[in-house]
Unconditional design. Structure first.
Length: 94
C-alpha cells in the first residue's frame, strides 16, 4: 500500500460489497477459558459501517452474520474492518 493512510470516511465501497466492524472476536467457554473466534466453525457477526451501491437490502447499522472464510481484512486507524460480499451474508438483524 502507498504511504497514504486509509481514512474511513473517505473510503468508497463498490458494488455488492459491505464494510463491517467485526463483533464477538473472542468467546468465553463454560470453564472460563477465552477461545479466539478464529478457531470456531460458527458464523461471524459484524456491524455494517458502509455499503456499496448494489447492496440494497443491507443498511448501515445492521448486524450481519457471515461465513468467516469470505472476508477481506484490513486496518484503518488501528481498528480491524472486514469487507464481504452481499451473497456471503447468512442473515442480518435491523
Amino acid at each position: 500500500m502507498n504511504s497514504q493512510k486509509l481514512i474511513l470516511n473517505r473510503l468508497i465501497i463498490l458494488g455488492d460489497n459491505i464494510l463491517i466492524e467485526p463483533l464477538n472476536t473472542d468467546i468465553e467457554t463454560k470453564s472460563g477459558l477465552i477461545s479466539p473466534r478464529q478457531y470456531e466453525d460458527k458464523a461471524f457477526a459484524g456491524k455494517v459501517i458502509k455499503v456499496g451501491n448494489s447492496a440494497k437490502q443491507i443498511k448501515i447499522g445492521f448486524i450481519v452474520y457471515f461465513n468467516k472464510y469470505s472476508t477481506t481484512s484490513f486496518i484503518i486507524d488501528a481498528k480491524e474492518y472486514l469487507i464481504i460480499k452481499i451473497e456471503d451474508v447468512i442473515c442480518y438483524s435491523k
